[in-house]
Design a protein around this ligand. Structure first.
Ligand SMILES: C[S@@+](CC[C@H](N)C(=O)[O-])C[C@H]1O[C@@H](n2cnc3c(N)ncnc32)[C@H](O)[C@@H]1O
Length: 293
């Protein structure tokens, strides 16, 4: 179990930890949370300290962030579906909330689903790269982290948003409605490894926003590429330094073996993931080398 969450610090001059230090003078400062991740009215905090009164600590966190009504302790992110493991520390037990960024909104239940704030610029950047009239396939759609910005900020003709987790799919549908992109974003419930090739050769752009084995879904992605080619946004967590180049070698070799040319368009570090690993995105163009059957 690990944390895919990036944390945000408040813009106040005083840090959360400094504030908490003054409230809990007898607690080791390093046992207190350094920052919080704020999603709508909910604050999520991570800390190592044991024996601290969770209710009192949660109340102090809520005092520091005036819009926060609920404080959750985040223990980590678990499993293939990357679900948060949380504990209510303080406040309103209703953890369903709305996060707003760059003109679109995401509704979610923070106790059940994750939203990485450290990816917000990548969501914007990806949406801006979508061209008028494109057909986009978002293979790991979540609650619409990429599909919604693409539909709200650009003018694709269609975004197929595939999600396997029923809870995420439910919020994906809600987010399509609250962002008024019905008819553009089509949510599909199921495994993208089956549903993507089943769409046929329709994709101008494919978003693979997942990590921990994204390469396993590449053959399925290639199955939806238009005969004239498509752009793929491929996310993965790799080791710092050489990891991105090694990943690109792996991707291009697999494309070659499956009968596709692959041309690197660009790559970037989305965010730091741990001391030794980083979340990267590689953007490349693929095209079938021979006629397609
Ligand atoms: C880490 S979240 C990322 C969401 C979004 N793409 C982003 O990058 O912010 C990955 C999502 O992929 C979904 N997922 C995992 N395996 C899947 C599969 N085989 N088919 C469709 N969705 C899948 C999970 O349920 C989860 O909602």
């Amino acid at each position: 179990m690990d944390s895919g969450y990036s944390e945000v610090s408040t813009l106040r001059r005083r840090s959360l930890r400094d504030f908490l230090k003054s409230k809990f003078p007898n607690v080791d400062p390093f046992a207190l949370p350094k920052k919080a991740k704020i999603i709508g009215h909910v604050a999520l905090v991570r800390f190592q300290g044991e024996g601290i009164d969770l209710g009192e600590l949660g109340k102090a966190v809520a005092e520091f962030y005036p819009r926060v009504r609920t404080v959750l302790r985040l223990h980590g992110i678990a499993g293939r579906l990357r679900e948060p493991v949380v504990e209510l520390m303080y406040g309103d037990p209703n953890t369903e909330t709305i996060h707003k960024e760059y003109g679109y909104k995401f509704m979610l239940d923070v106790s059940k689903l994750m939203l990485c704030l450290g990816n917000s610029y990548e969501r914007l950047r990806t949406a801006r790269s979508v061209r008028h009239g494109e057909t986009v396939v978002d293979m790991f759609a979540g609650i619409g982290q990429f599909s919604i910005p693409c539909a709200v900020l650009s003018k694709p003709s269609k975004v197929y948003a595939i999600e396997i987790n029923e809870e995420a799919y439910r919020y994906l549908r809600v987010n399509v409605a609250i962002n008024k992109v019905e008819g553009v974003v089509e949510p599909l419930l199921g495994d993208c490894k089956e549903l993507t090739p089943a769409l046929g050769r329709i994709a101008d752009r494919i978003i693979m926003g997942y990590f921990g084995g994204t390469i396993e879904a590449l053959p399925a992605a290639l199955g939806a590429v238009k005969p004239e080619g498509a752009t793929i946004h491929f996310h993965e967590v790799v080791k710092r330094g050489t990891g991105k180049d090694e990943l690109w070698n792996e991707i291009s070799e697999l494309c070659f073996r499956l009968g596709y040319t692959s041309t690197l368009l660009g790559s970037r570090i989305v965010k730091s993931y741990s001391a030794t690993r980083e979340h990267v995105v590689i953007e490349f163009k693929v095209k079938p080398t021979k006629g397609l059957s």
